[in-house]
Ligand binder design. Structure first.
Ligand code: VG1
Ligand code: CO
Length: 544
């Protein structure tokens, strides 16, 4: 028997898993015992059965390899029988979800801070996913947090580092460690879901795209799937090598951080489709030639067309979207006569709905879309579904968007982020806003009249768990809406997110500038919340 070492420790403050795992500066994670305390707290809560399988992988950012070696030794000491780890420590978040499901693992550790920047001075993160492949639900993350507050020891074994760069089998104590191909299982799954022949034909007839992997995790996946299996020209995938610091950029696929892609797509040299994904590969950005598609619209357009893809023919059980995501998907659900679920922000809230077969497709305004094929949002999946639809229908992104709006109307939408504001100011703003909710209905702000205002609370329809205080909603008579919430993924101060939406019916202005269409909503948000007064900012840092 390998000797299990018990290392005494004391709790660290602030190890609360946020919207998507524990995220902190690398410097904080580098403190001796910091990652170990959190990982041991997870193991203490999930109590793996002896011999259980654990998946470990990450987005390749700085500090990944260190924590992977720590986690492997700790897994051996905590009774796991086998660890599956991606070669090079790499597994995109959706690929990790698939590997957990495919190999019947009890769960997985995903090492990523997703769209947050990476490098010695930047961010790191750890997330635990459960046996269904999805992010741990709140009852688990709450228990983990409670455990981090009282933890007094962690368990490990003495063993050399595992060679992560060679596929194959190693042993750490009695535990097996299999270093697996991070791409193959996932690429095979994609090939099962989509009509690769149709896409290959379109490519052969001249359909072109650019995939910007943002020097993050999807590079190897995109090379294999798009260039090797689908026949797109070499060079279609750009920034396709995962770098520990993402080349110094934010791997956040939006119009600010994927600016080059956007500029290309608006130029005369634009290919048919432009796409990008984030640090850990679960987000996607879709831009057609001359046409940006908001993530909320993308969800609606994909839902309306998903049954074109082989794996989804004749099955759309329902659609789910996070509360701040626009109501565009609601109109599709209504028209197709399927249920629509509105959940709090964060993919963990979709897990029960997907497991229960209540929904087939889910999405968030933050560029996350996915389906019941895994239990995470999936960036390349969304790109491939777009490709499948465009290839089969022989339509451009722009024409598809116009057709969609002409049928369902258009939800103009923008998110304004105020980043790195003082936590006290952010809390004061939310507190003041909450206090005035009951007095808002009937109030007029310019041409807008408040119909309803509340703090969003969600009751899970499957297990009836309640998640309260998930953001402030202000709904107006004309169907427009403003949502206020604080980010749960930032690592510095607070980030206020203001989500603005206005609906234009099918015969209205369907091709106007978003900023112009949302002018009154922006003014109303300021009037209601006193953003400038609380934050000292006169404009948002990022508009997406
Ligand atoms: C953000 C997004 C949310 C997403 C989460 C994790 O959370 O708004 O929709 O699920 O990031 O995405 P927040 O709390 O900062 O608003 V990822 O791709 O960073 O794991
Ligand atoms: Co992500």
């Amino acid at each position: 028997m390998t000797k299990i070492l018990t290392v005494p420790t004391t709790p660290f403050e602030g190890q609360a898993p946020g919207t998507s795992g524990l995220r902190k500066k690398v410097k904080i994670f580098q403190q001796p015992g910091y990652a170990e305390n959190f990982i041991q707290s997870v193991f203490d809560v999930v109590k793996p059965e002896s011999g259980a399988v654990l998946v470990i992988g990450g987005d390749g950012r700085f500090h990944n390899r260190t924590v992977i070696q720590q986690a492997i030794r700790m897994a051996a000491a905590n009774g796991y029988g086998r660890v599956l780890v991606g070669q090079g420590g790499i597994l995109s978040t959706p690929a990790a979800s698939h590997v957990i499901r495919k190999y019947g693992a009890s769960g997985g550790l995903i090492l990523s801070a997703s769209h947050n920047p990476g490098g010695p001075e930047e961010d790191f993160g750890i997330k635990y996913n459960i046996g269904n492949g999805g992010p741990a639900p709140e009852n688990v993350t709450d228990a983990v947090l409670a455990r981090t507050k009282v933890i007094d020891r962690w368990l490990t074994v003495e063993a050399p580092d595992v060679d992560l760069d060679e596929q194959g089998r190693a042993h750490v104590g009695e535990m097996i460690v299999d270093v697996i191909d991070p791409v193959r299982d996932y690429a095979d799954l994609m090939e099962e879901l989509f009509d690769f022949d149709a896409i290959r034909k379109a490519v052969a007839s001249g359909f072109t795209m650019r995939m910007d992997s943002m020097s993050a995790v999807t590079g190897p996946y995109a090379h294999e799937i798009l260039e090797k299996r689908l026949g797109f020209a070499a060079g279609t995938v750009v920034n396709g090598t995962p770098l520990e610091d993402f080349g110094g950029h934010h791997p956040d696929p939006n119009l600010i951080h994927a600016r080059e892609l956007y500029d290309l797509m608006m130029s005369d040299d634009a290919p048919d489709l432009g796409a990008a994904s984030d640090g850990d590969g679960d987000r996607n950005l879709i831009i057609g030639r001359g046409r940006f598609i908001t993530p909320s619209d993308s969800l609606a357009m994909l839902a309306a067309n998903i049954q074109i893809a082989p794996a989804y023919r004749g099955r759309l059980a329902g659609i789910a979207r996070s509360m701040p995501t626009s109501g565009a998907a609601d109109r599709v659900a209504q028209e197709l006569d399927v249920p629509l679920y509105e959940t709090p922000t964060g993919w963990k809230f979709f897990g029960n709905l997907l497991d229960a077969g209540k929904v087939t497709i889910c999405g968030e305004e933050s560029a996350g879309t996915g389906s019941d094929h895994v239990r995470e949002k999936d960036g390349l999946w969304a790109v491939l579904l777009w490709l499948n639809i465009l290839a089969v229908r022989g339509i451009s992104v722009d024409d598809l968007a116009r057709e969609h709006w002409a049928r369902f109307g258009r939800n103009y939408y923008a998110r304004h982020d105020y980043e790195g504001i003082a936590t006290e100011s952010a809390n004061a703003l939310m507190k003041e806003l909450t206090a005035k909710l009951s007095s808002l209905p009937g109030a007029t702000l310019g041409p807008l009249t408040v119909r309803e205002a509340d703090s969003f609370s969600y009751t899970d329809p499957v297990d009836e768990s309640v998640s309260a205080n998930q953001g402030i909603r202000v709904l107006f008579e004309d169907g427009s809406r403003i949502v206020f919430r604080l980010s749960g993924t930032g690592t510095q101060g607070a980030t206020l997110r203001v989500y603005l939406e206005r609906f234009e019916p099918r015969f209205g202005h369907l091709d106007a500038e978003t900023a112009a269409m949302l002018e009154h909503q922006v003014a109303a948000a300021e009037a209601i919340a006193g953003i400038a007064r609380h934050t000292g900012r006169s404009a948002p840092d990022v508009i997406t």
